[in-house]
Design a protein around this ligand. Structure first.
Ligand code: PLP
Length: 394
């Protein structure tokens, strides 16, 4: 059987075989003790208004195939969201409702690059950009983020005059670091993209995830001069609205040529997103009751974020994130993040993500989420503070 050789370049199943092996060694009751702080899946429930809208839609309608672009009402609501949230005009026909940002991001690599083209990817970053590029046989130029450049890495010197980068993947607020980008930084990237004919994919999956409801401001790519020509923006309903199971997102494209290509691709590639899921997304953006419940959820997340940050700082480890993101991005107690995560799992029965999983520049960091009740987060912190990182893992 033949297969895409891009598979070989992906991470092992479930990111890290070593951590999987530790899990396999646990008894059933040991597994039940594990505090899972690795996966970015909101634990607070989907607001009732969203669920009610989905149920009503299923009960009251028979739908045939959905439209490729998405229901006009939902696209109008996303257009209004752009205006209210970022002060930018994005027309409903510049918006495509999608089956989850993960799928959209993967597909963007297929539409806007050819095998052998270069893509620039933030490092560290959400691993899907890298996996999509590897699968498509694209060359990757990592934009190396460090604490010193505020995880806003510039285009490398030797790529400054290149005309070959097909795509740049940016993500602010960022997973895993939680940082937001300065306006100057994004404008600089847009200038570079205009100069080289590159498209920027700006992933705003966390733009509305605000633990404590007082996150620093974030921007749309369309807020910047030239962003309408070079920008493709990917938004997701998953995290702020606890809609990870519903698989719904959007791609906004203002450049008419790029938009035509994306429409053509979507028309051949899939048949749109189920209408009742779209009804839920419409309620997410328009039902005031949903907004209230999201704000309540964010207050709960805010308390957890404050506890997690304080606990990590008390261990004298540097930490960022948790203002615009559900993640603490913190200094690993050992330079080898996989080894540290292994000790934390084996000795402490706590799952965190090794920074190396987000790219080479993530080495030396760990990522922990706030998607567990505050008592569990506190328990995890007190266990973490007592672990002995000099012990070898048997
Ligand atoms: N973009 C980023 C940066 C993410 O962290 C995630 C999920 O963790 C996604 C996109 C995927 O979102 P969706 O659930 O819409 O596929």
């Amino acid at each position: 059987m033949k297969s895409n050789s891009g598979f070989q370049n992906w991470n092992q199943p479930y990111l890290f075989q070593e951590l999987e092996d530790i899990l396999k060694g646990f008894t059933e009751s040991q597994r039940r003790e594990i505090i899972p702080l690795a996966i970015g899946d909101p634990d607070l429930p989907t607001p009732v208004g969203i669920r009610d809208a989905m149920v009503r839609s299923l009960r009251d309608n028979y739908f045939g195939y959905p439209s490729i672009e998405g229901e006009l009402k939902l696209r109008e609501a996303i257009s209004e969201y752009y205006f209210q949230r970022f002060g930018v005009g994005v027309a409903p026909d510049e918006i495509f409702v999608g089956p989850g940002a993960k799928t959209d991001l993967f597909d963007l690599c297929a539409v806007f690059a050819d095998p052998g083209d270069t893509v620039m990817i933030l490092d560290p970053a959400y691993p899907v950009y890298r996996d999509a590029a590897l699968f498509r046989k694209l060359d990757i130029c990592y934009l190396r983020g460090t604490a010193a450049n505020g995880f806003q890495p510039p285009v490398p010197e030797d790529m400054q005059d290149a005309d070959s980068a097909a795509l740049i993947f940016l993500c602010y607020p960022n997973n895993p670091t939680g940082v937001t980008a300065s306006e100057g930084y994004i404008q600089e990237m847009v200038h570079y993209a205009l100069k080289t004919g590159t498209m920027i994919v700006h992933d705003i999956a966390y733009a509305d995830f605000k633990p404590g409801n007082s996150a620093p401001e974030t921007s749309s790519i369309f807020s910047f001069a030239g962003g309408d020509r070079t920008g493709i923006e990917v938004g997701s309903f998953s995290k702020p609205f606890s809609m990870t199971s519903d698989r719904i997102s959007w791609v906004a494209i203002r450049n008419p040529v790029a938009r035509k290509l994306w429409r053509r691709y979507r028309a051949n590639r899939d048949s749109g997103v189920s209408q009742h899921i779209q009804a839920g997304a419409l309620a997410a953006l328009t039902d005031p009751g949903v907004q209230t419940q999201v704000a309540e959820n964010m207050s709960v997340y805010g308390e957890r974020a404050a506890a997690l940050k304080a606990g990590i700082k008390a261990m004298n480890l540097t930490v960022s994130g948790l203002e615009n993101s559900p993640y603490a991005w913190f200094q690993s107690p050992l330079p080898d993040s996989k080894k540290a995560a292994g000790i934390i799992l084996k000795q402490g029965k706590i799952q965190v993500t090794p920074g190396i999983g987000f790219g080479p520049a993530g080495e030396g960091y760990l990522r922990a989420t706030i998607f567990q009740p505050i008592e569990k987060i506190r328990t995890a912190l007190s266990i973490l503070a007592q672990l002995d990182f000099n012990q070898p893992i048997e």
